[in-house]
Write a protein of this length. Structure first.
Lengths: 298, 291
C-alpha cells in the first residue's frame, strides 16, 4: 500500500481542528490546575496570582466536610456499583427465560426508557411521585397500611433512594450488554444438557452463568473507575439542605465551594486530588479488564 | 416428572408477572406526571390524580407555551442540538478516519491516539475548565455549550474500531485505481460506516438535549439557558415559592405547570425513542463486542 507524504499531510489536516479543541478545552485546564497552589484572582490570571504552595491542600484536610464528602462519595458509589451489576444480571436472566417474543420486546422497550431522560426530568418526576405530601407512591403505601415515608428528606432513606433510583434509571440499558452475551452462548450446550437430564436451574447455573461470566468480570472491573464519581447529576437534582451531610459528594462539594462561594483555590485543589486518584483508578480498572477479560479499548 | 412440569409453569407465570411489574415501574411514574399535567389545577394540587386525568384540560400546556422564557430556552436547546450534533459528527469522522490507519503507514497515529485517550483518563476539573471558558469570553454564548465537548472522544474510538475492521482490500483497490485519500474517505469509508455514524450522532444529539449543567454555569443571563437548565431552575425553586402564590414564579411552579414542563422537555426524546432504541442497542453491542 502506498501512502504518500501528501496523504499524511491530509491526515494531519483532518486531525488539526479536533486536536486544537482538545488542546484548548482539555489540556489547557490541566495546566489551570496551578490554581490549586495559588490565591487565585480572576483579574490577575493564572500567572500573576499569588502563590501559596500546598496551603490549600493542608487547609482542606482541616475542614471536617472534606473527609465526610470523600466517604459519602465512596460509600454511595460502591452501593451503586454493586446494585448496578446485580440487578441487570438477574433481570437479563429472567428475561432470557421468557419465551413469548412480543412480551420480551415490550419489556425491553419499557425498561430502557428512563436511561434516555435527563436527571433534571427524572428528578422532577421522582420528587413528585415520592413526595411525603400526597406523593403517588406514599398513597399506594397508605392503602397497604404503611405510614408515609419521607424518602428525600430522611438521611438514611435518601441514600437508599439514590441507589434505587440510579438502578431504576440504568438497569434496563445495562441489561442489553448481558442479553448480547446470552445470545452468544452456543445453543448446542443447552440441547446437550437437556438430553443429559439437566434441570432448568442446572442449565442456568452450569451453562448460562459461566457463559456470561467474562462480561460480568469486564463490567465489574470497568466500574471501578467510577468510585470517585457518585453521580453528580442525580444528587444535584435530588438533594436538599435536610440531607446534605449524608448526600454531599466530592463533585457537589467542588461546585458549591468553587462556583458558589468562589473559593477557587480550594475547589481546584479538591478537583486535583480527585483527578489524580481517579486517574489511578481508571488505569487500574483498564489493566484489570485487560488481564481478566482481555478487554482493550483499541 | 409431572410435579417438575408444574413447578416450571409456576415459575414461568411468576417470571412473567415480575417482568411485567418491573417494566410498569419504569413507565408508570412518567405516565402519572403526564396525567397530572392534563388534569385541572384543583385535582392536581390536591394529589387526587392517579393514572387517568381528572377534569381533563390542556390549559397548563397553553400557559407554558405562551411564555417567552420557555420558547427562548427551547430555541437555545434546538440550536445546540443542531450545531452541536453537526460539529460532533464532523469531528468524529475527521478524527476517526486517519486514526483508523495502521501505524506503519501513519507514524504519528499513536501520538494522536494517546493525546485522545489521555483526556478520558485525566481532567483539569471544574474550576480550571470554567476559567478557560471565561478567559475566552465564551460565557453567555452558545459556543460555551458546543465547543468544549465538540470532540466526543468515546465516539471517535467507537468509529476507529469500526473502520479498522472494514476490509483493507477496499482501500488497496481504490489506491490502485488512483483514488485520493479524500475520495476514499468520503466515498468508501463514510458510506460504509453510516450505521455507526448514525448511532454516535444520535448519542451526541441526545446528550446535547439532556445537558443542563453547562448551561447553569456558563450562562449568566437566564434567557440564554437551554431547556433542561431552565427546567432545573424552575424545579429547584418550586419549594421556595409555594408560600407566595401570586408571583410569576408561582404560576410556573404549581403542580400541573411543573408536570406540563417536565413532559414538554421529555417530548423530543419520547418522539425519537423508537429510533434511539434501535440504534443504541446496535451501537452498544458494537462497542462492547470486538474482534
Amino acid at each position: 500500500m502506498k501512502i504518500t507524504k501528501k496523504d499524511r499531510a491530509f491526515f494531519h489536516l483532518l486531525l488539526a481542528p479536533g486536536m486544537l479543541i482538545l488542546f484548548v478545552f482539555a489540556y489547557l485546564p490541566m495546566f489551570g490546575i496551578v490554581i490549586a497552589f495559588q490565591e487565585f484572582n480572576p483579574t490577575q490570571g493564572f500567572i500573576r496570582s499569588e502563590w501559596v504552595g500546598l496551603e490549600h491542600i493542608r487547609f482542606l484536610f482541616e475542614l471536617p466536610d472534606t473527609m465526610q464528602t470523600v466517604w459519602n462519595t465512596v460509600e454511595i458509589s460502591l452501593m451503586k456499583i454493586v446494585a448496578g451489576l446485580l440487578v441487570p444480571i438477574v433481570f437479563a436472566l429472567l428475561l432470557n427465560e421468557a419465551r413469548i417474543v412480543w412480551f420480551k420486546r415490550t419489556v425491553q422497550s419499557l425498561v430502557y426508557l428512563p436511561h434516555f431522560l435527563s436527571w433534571v426530568i427524572l428528578g422532577g418526576i421522582l420528587i413528585d411521585v415520592l413526595s411525603i405530601n400526597g406523593g403517588a407512591f406514599n398513597q399506594v403505601l397508605a392503602t397497604l397500611g404503611i405510614k408515609p415515608i419521607f424518602f428525600f428528606g430522611d438521611e438514611a432513606w435518601f441514600r437508599v433512594m439514590l441507589v434505587v433510583t440510579d438502578v431504576w434509571k440504568e438497569f434496563g440499558f445495562s441489561t442489553i450488554i448481558y442479553l448480547a452475551a446470552l445470545t452468544g452462548i452456543n445453543p448446542a450446550l443447552y440441547e446437550a444438557a437437556s438430553i443429559d437430564g439437566a434441570s432448568r436451574w442446572q442449565r442456568v447455573v452450569y451453562i448460562t452463568l459461566p457463559g456470561i461470566l467474562p462480561v460480568v468480570v469486564l463490567m465489574s472491573t470497568l466500574s471501578l473507575g467510577n468510585v470517585l464519581n457518585g453521580g453528580f447529576d442525580q444528587i444535584f437534582n435530588l438533594y436538599n439542605p435536610m440531607v446534605i451531610s449524608s448526600a454531599d459528594i466530592i463533585d457537589t462539594y467542588i461546585y458549591r465551594m468553587g462556583l458558589i462561594q468562589a473559593q477557587y483555590g480550594l475547589a481546584t485543589a479538591i478537583g486535583l486530588l480527585k483527578s489524580l486518584f481517579g486517574f489511578a483508578l481508571i488505569v487500574t480498572s483498564y489493566r484489570l479488564a485487560y488481564r481478566y477479560a482481555n478487554y482493550r479499548i483499541f | 416428572m409431572r410435579i417438575r412440569l408444574h413447578r416450571f409453569q409456576a415459575f414461568d407465570i411468576l417470571n412473567y408477572i415480575v417482568l411485567a411489574a418491573v417494566s410498569l415501574l419504569c413507565l408508570v411514574p412518567i405516565w402519572h406526571i403526564a396525567m397530572v399535567s392534563m388534569s385541572g389545577e384543583g385535582p392536581a394540587n390536591q394529589y387526587v390524580v392517579g393514572l387517568i386525568p381528572i377534569e381533563f384540560n390542556l390549559s397548563s400546556y397553553a400557559n407554558i407555551l405562551r411564555l417567552d422564557k420557555f420558547w427562548d430556552a427551547f430555541g437555545v436547546s434546538g440550536l445546540r442540538v443542531v450545531l452541536g450534533g453537526l460539529l460532533n459528527f464532523l469531528l468524529t469522522v475527521m478524527m476517526a478516519y486517519p486514526l483508523s490507519k495502521e501505524s506503519v503507514y501513519f507514524k504519528s497515529r499513536s501520538v494522536y491516539i494517546w493525546a485522545l485517550v489521555f483526556t478520558m483518563l485525566f481532567s483539569g476539573g471544574l474550576i480550571p475548565s470554567y476559567m478557560i471558558i471565561n478567559e475566552l469570553h465564551l460565557i453567555d454564548t452558545i459556543w460555551a455549550l458546543i465547543v468544549p465537548g465538540a470532540v466526543p472522544v468515546f465516539n471517535v474510538i467507537l468509529m476507529i474500531n469500526f473502520m479498522r475492521q472494514l476490509p483493507k482490500e477496499l482501500e488497496e483497490a481504490c489506491l490502485v485505481d488512483g483514488a485520493s485519500q479524500w475520495s476514499i474517505m468520503t466515498r468508501i469509508y463514510v458510506p460504509l460506516s453510516l450505521p455507526v455514524i448514525a448511532t454516535v450522532t444520535l448519542f451526541s444529539v441526545v446528550g446535547h438535549w439532556n445537558s443542563w449543567f453547562d448551561g447553569l454555569i456558563y450562562m449568566n443571563q437566564t434567557e440564554k439557558y437551554p431547556l433542561q437548565t431552565y427546567l432545573h431552575v424552575v424545579l429547584a425553586s418550586r419549594n421556595l415559592v409555594n408560600a407566595d402564590q401570586n408571583s410569576v414564579m408561582a404560576s410556573l411552579t404549581n403542580r400541573s405547570a411543573i408536570s406540563a414542563q417536565i413532559i414538554l422537555a421529555s417530548l423530543p426524546i419520547l418522539i425519537v425513542y423508537p429510533f434511539l432504541q434501535r440504534f443504541f442497542i446496535h451501537g452498544i453491542v458494537m462497542g462492547s463486542v470486538k474482534e
